[in-house]
Write a protein that binds this ligand. Sequence first.
Ligand SMILES: O=C(O)c1cc(=O)[nH]c(=O)n1[C@@H]1O[C@H](COP(=O)(O)O)[C@@H](O)[C@H]1O
Length: 289
Amino acid sequence: MSARSFGGRLAAEFAAGRHLCAGIDPHAPLLADWGLGDDAAGAERMGREVVAAAAGVAACVKPQVAFFERFGSAGYAALERVLADAREAGLLVVADVKRGDIGSSFGAYADAWLAPGSPLEADAMTAVAYQGFESLVGAFAHVRDHGKGLFVLAATSNPEAREVQRAARDDGRSVARAMVEDAEAFNAEAAAGSGVGSVGVVLGATLDLADFGIDVAKPAVRPALPVLAPGFGHQGARIEQAAQIFGGIGHALLANESRSILAGGAVGLADRVRGRADAIASALAASRA
Ligand SMILES: O=C(O)c1cc(=O)[nH]c(=O)n1[C@@H]1O[C@H](COP(=O)(O)O)[C@@H](O)[C@H]1O
């Protein structure tokens, strides 16, 4: 893919040693911790502070849109300003919206979050393919034509998801493994053999991926599969263990931490972001040395 593809932009982040995806999750207790109101203005302030701390340090930020949606139109206006700050800072944004629907409706979600010029334009979005991988087709045009990215839930960090995501399909593969392989197949068709793909998956760092039929020892695929990995920090996984957890499928890893970075207020935020960014960079560098 060209340097302007989402995968190309991710590759540039990785080449600069940046693998952290800093979460923007304005939970009510965190806003209180920051001395901010549990309202749109508080969420905006937290978001803009995270963007400022993450610029040039993290590979991306991931606003969890639910925490803005709580405040209705005011929350969306706040989020738009956070997105504008991130764009201006040259920081990649993964909009954590986890959208899924029949193809025609999903296309409208994809337009909302990925279309160039949309008020909520991000660089990538999270998506749910419970209606089938092809239901995400509305996003594929933005991936191919506008340099956008997509992260499809495969094996999520929450323990209650296991039953659904480990379930076997007619072809014997687990649902989670099929998501991984569908994303790899999309990338292979879009940009055979080169760099980093633009369609990735979400794999929880809290999991034993072998349990989902996902072989972390397999040789790296080309293009590399972007993996958005939540579950570090507050949910218990240690970022220092990232290379062991993800093995051969962790070549294009974005390690997410949200609450563990946000807790403690605005004072010290820049140090916490830098600390987590350094920790994931050294964990991956050590494993590749
Ligand atoms: O897609 C996600 O980002 C996601 C998938 C998943 O499997 N688990 C998961 O925790 N997330 C999100 O990642 C973030 C994790 O936040 P912390 O547990 O505070 O680091 C939240 O915004 C979750 O919504």
